[in-house]
Design a protein around this ligand. Structure first.
Ligand code: HXC
Length: 512
């Protein structure tokens, strides 16, 4: 009979984490332990742990409290909805989940496995950052992680779930990954915490206001998804993965459609005839996509532009839509950044893009100009032009000026470009154009308001109607609202096998 005494003792030590008191502290803060999180995230019974007998700086044969087994991070693989993933979960109960040499090596190992095996990598972050006692070795560990995040970018999806502190340079690993998830009240991300902020800038701010879930979902755009508790946040991880392929060589997961190519006459009701009247583009997206099911990304950041995942007849798509309900759907710095990064994600993972256009153009203003709207807007142009996935667009109403070109136009390589009959495509909106073209005539008119109205009507008819663009082939068709979903499905099926060879080069130089 084999003596399992040592094995049982070591196994118990590895499973114990930082002990019951530390686990109780986690629970008091409304947080789960690392092992509880893994159990909540993965399909039951699918987790295989790696490196549980690793401890700080080398091996330990005793349960040494100064060098606890696992070194404060649980790593391994398992399944989510039957699909392979690799993951790490930092264990705050051990040395505050701080990253030392061994801790970093464990994460690097599981990242290498994820990349080599073409499966998503999920990081559950809850850490005091670089382990102070380990000095430069702790910093080195972070560098190794950043390197791997970058090499895996565009090859496997990388999701970062922030479930506690994430401070200092540690924030840059999540920032390199594709999607950042944050739980409200118990997670925060910042380069320097409230104390440093106070000593340097004399600003008084608490951790949650500085770098909590709300700050990053509404103001900075760092967080893509947030939730009030850990369970609902982890449910969002499942939902995001349901739209993604496991790697850049796989196709996104197809689901048998349940509502087919139904007609969408409601678009005629949702989109007002009046060119400047607001409406909620979510209603349009809901009407167009399968079962109205839309997973919005960064819903509170740059609300003038809506992005997210949906399906068309079972195939995942990335939706980019101007939002006339917020700032009239104008394009600005944040909207450009938001769109550009999403477009590049979709392009890397074969997710076709569907762009819904209704925008008066780029936002004028000193803040925007000095903030670099030129540089940021250029990202969006670059991203659309570079993307070689199928690109479909539907102009719902206004497409003026640069925004017409930017929003997936034929000229940037749009594959199928459609417009509704009420679409207006022109160098600028009628109000501005009429003033520039007819200032003298308006000033000389007996009734300048009536003259302006008349000239505006003529401008719309003669220079802005969609049949001009259609007559040049810049639009492939002008379609009835009821046909919109059917035509997008048909277009997607027709261009799904698209191949677009790119010129040989090391990489382009996207204006960052
Ligand atoms: C070593 C650490 C640690 C760290 C926390 N602990 N952070 N040990 N290195 N970086 C330990 C604590 O000593 C404590 O040990 C246990 O973890 C729990 O921490 P508490 O402070 O009791 O918890 P809490 O009150 O919840 O506060 C959590 C915290 C705080 C806000 C994260 O611990 C903190 O401010 N830590 C330092 C954060 C930081 O500045 N990190 C360096 C960032 S710079 P005991 O034994 O008492 O239980 C960085 C550079 C990365 O990370 C560079 C990458 C390029």
């Amino acid at each position: 009979m084999v003596d399992l005494t040592d094995f049982d003792r070591m196994q118990a030590a590895a499973l114990a984490g930082g002990g019951e008191d530390q686990a109780a502290k986690q629970h008091q803060k409304g947080k789960r332990t690392a092992r509880e999180r893994i159990a909540a995230l993965l399909d039951a019974g699918t987790f295989t742990e790696l490196d549980r007998f690793v401890s700080a700086r080398g091996s330990s044969t005793e349960a040494d409290p100064s060098r606890p087994l696992t070194d404060g991070v649980i790593t391994g693989w398992g399944k989510i909805d039957g699909r392979q993933v690799f993951l790490f979960a930092q264990d705050f109960t051990i040395l505050g989940g701080s990253v030392g040499e061994s801790h970093g090596r464990k994460i690097a190992k599981v990242m290498d496995l994820a990349l080599q095996n073409g499966a998503p990598l999920i990081g559950l972050n809850d850490s005091g950052g670089a382990r102070i006692q380990e000095g430069v070795d702790a910093l080195a560990a972070y560098g190794e992680i950043f390197l791997r995040n970058t090499r895996a970018s565009g090859v496997i999806p990388q999701l970062s779930v922030i479930l506690g502190p994430c401070a200092g340079g540690a924030v840059y690993s999540p920032a390199i990954t594709d999607f950042v998830f944050m739980v409200e009240k118990t997670s925060y991300m910042f380069i320097t915490g409230p104390d440093v902020v106070k000593s340097v800038t004399h600003e008084e701010v608490d951790a949650d206001s500085l770098g909590g879930a709300w700050a990053h979902r509404a103001l900075s755009g760092v967080a893509h998804f947030t939730a009030p508790d850990e369970d609902s946040l982890l449910a969002q991880v499942h939902r995001v993965l349901s739209f993604l392929p496991s790697n850049n060589l796989d196709q996104p997961p197809y689901l048998p459609p349940r509502d087919g190519a139904r007609e969408t006459p409601e678009l005629g009701e949702i989109i007002p005839q009046e060119p400047n009247k607001p409406y909620d583009v979510h209603q349009v997206i809901g009407a167009l996509c399968d079962e109205g099911d839309f997973l919005e990304i960064q819903p509170e950041f740059a609300r003038n532009l809506v992005i997210g995942f949906a399906r068309l007849n079972g195939s995942p798509i990335g939706v980019v839509a101007n939002q006339p309900d917020f700032l009239a759907g104008v394009l600005d710095i944040d909207a450009s950044d938001k769109a550009a990064r999403f477009i590049r994600f979709c392009d890397a993972f074969h997710i076709p893009l569907v762009t819904l256009v209704d925008t008066p153009g780029f936002l004028p203003g000193v803040d925007q100009e000095h903030g670099g709207v030129i540089r940021h807007g250029a990202k969006m142009i670059y991203a659309y032009a570079e993307a070689s996935v199928p690109k479909l667009s539907l102009i719902l109403r206004k497409a003026y000026g640069g925004a017409y070109i930017v929003m997936s136009s034929k000229h940037l390589g749009g594959d199928v470009n459609l417009a509704l009959p009420a679409a207006e495509i022109a160098v600028m909106g009628p109000e501005g154009a009429v003033q520039i073209l007819h200032r003298k005539a308006i000033a000389a008119a007996e009734d300048p308001a009536a003259k302006t109205q008349e000239l505006t009507r003529r401008y719309r008819e003669q220079l802005a109607n969609p049949y001009i663009a259609a007559s040049r082939g810049y639009l492939d068709d002008v379609i009835a609202p009821a046909a919109a979903r059917g035509r997008l499905i048909d277009a997607l099926e027709s261009v799904q096998a698209k191949r677009q060879p790119a010129p040989q080069r090391k990489h382009g130089n996207i204006p960052l």
